[in-house]
Write a protein that binds this ligand. Sequence first.
Ligand code: N01
Length: 534
Amino acid sequence: MFKLPRTDVDVIVVGAGISGLYAVYKLRAQGRSIAGFESAADVGGTWYHNRYPGARCDVESIDYSYSFDSELQQEWTWTERFATQEEILRYLEHVADRHDLRSAYSFETKVVSAVWDDTDSTWTVTTDTGVVKTARFVIFATGVLSTANRPDIAGAESFAGESYHTGEWPHDPVDFSGKRVGVIGTGSSGIQSIPVIAESAERVVVFQRTPNYSIPAGNRPLSEEFIAEVKADYDERRRLSRASGGGTPNSAYPKGALEVSAQERTRVYDEWWNRGGYLFAKAFPDQTISKEANDTAREYVEAKIRDMVNDPALADELIPTDHPIGTKRIVTDSGYFTTFNRDNVTLVNLRKTPIETIVPTGIDTSGEHFDLDVIVYATGFDAMTGTLSRIDIRGRAGRTLLDEWSAGPRTYLGLTANGFPNLFMTTGAGSPSVLANMVLGAEQHVDWISACIGYVDAHGGSAIEATEQSVDDWVAECNEKAAGTLFPTANSWYMGANIPGKPRVFMPYIGGFANYGAILDDVAAAGYKGFDIR
Ligand code: N01
């Protein structure tokens, strides 16, 4: 029988966010030795870095939590329907303590390269602290919104005040009181932070290039009765989540938007509006498939925005016109549109008066100079592939992931790539990822990966690799699924459209969480169909 290579550890896990932590837990439970690397000083991933004012999750807390530990599920009590960043981070720290997960990690240690040796079937991983480790398997649990996008704006370095990126927010609280604050960007991060900053700042200037759809969260404290009800039947809630399209126990109205009367349609939109947040995109099943159906949702939301914003001309500026509603993630907000009714908040429409330069005292647009003490960059991320593409990953025959993905990510099942044996990725491109509940997605991936590694071992293999054909087929399947929707028509970060020069490809798998889970199960049940094991 093949003799396994001698390596420092069995598995290297890169990242201590939601999926990395669970990977350490799960693989350790299988008796495997692990080395974890995390660039931050502690656990939490996205929730470690995104601590800007107002940061919350837009998936309900009771669903956006691990299901693998039923005692934890019973013991932990979420306080609000949509948890704050602070509460989610506290939860992840608690999970890390509970299962002693930190001991697997080297923190403040960034992986800079991973190189495969085909003779030995071994990965050699090198970090920026000089630590080098070998392993049979590598799991990149590096997140999909983990590399900040800092736009190249002339003069940015010259600004004499404070500047912050929402995705790299400092740990010490930022005090905005009495300050003039410019916020660049109106995605989820900008829209969540603007109302909170406006409460204490002297003035907030919102630099908006593209308006976004946003729906009030309808956030509320969770009552003891509600929590008890959820906990009494948590397993069923999780079962429904896994059987759903988006990884939460929610489903669309059973008829299409164009199959019902105008009255019924309004009633359904009212109901979904009152539920709050991004799920509005899924009120009717055809909403992001048919332009006509989408228009009915768009008209409904436009009227709501006009109701919330006192100045009709300002409302016009805040209403999106460039994409069908839901084809960019609808923001889940707390008081965004009504914030523009405040005297200390100004909207600058960058489509009319673009930023020309940043100067020591503030921002010059083509129309006006704005004196600022603080600039907040809420300019998003090089999403889904940005973090992996910054690591020098070299597979068989020196093939680099960067080259392989130069025209867009090429995965099999979102988990593996041809040419890169024994390498796994979690919750990224080619999987439902950000289109579904990321915590259950992380569990789904890690469970699959750990079973896969177990299978390779049980069959005396040293390496498993997706075939080129299976990658071609999966890429085609992902593209075909996306082409059946309105999503590719939007200039979204799902499409890579927010990063100059990035290939325009719809990156997540949009066939649904449950369908995807069934595909993963089938592949495993068929002896890892589409892979070569050697
Ligand atoms: O980033 P974004 P985000 N000049 O890319 C603008 C998740 N998330 O951090 O659209 C001027 O959406 C850019 O303008 P444009 C969630 O999945 C979730 O807000 O490119 N503006 C856009 O307005 C979300 O979708 C939560 O024209 C510039 C903004 O910056 C994802 O993370 C909270 C610019 C970036 O918006 C990303 O959200 C936070 C420039 N040069 C994040 N460059 C919740 O759970 C960029 N922009 C609620």
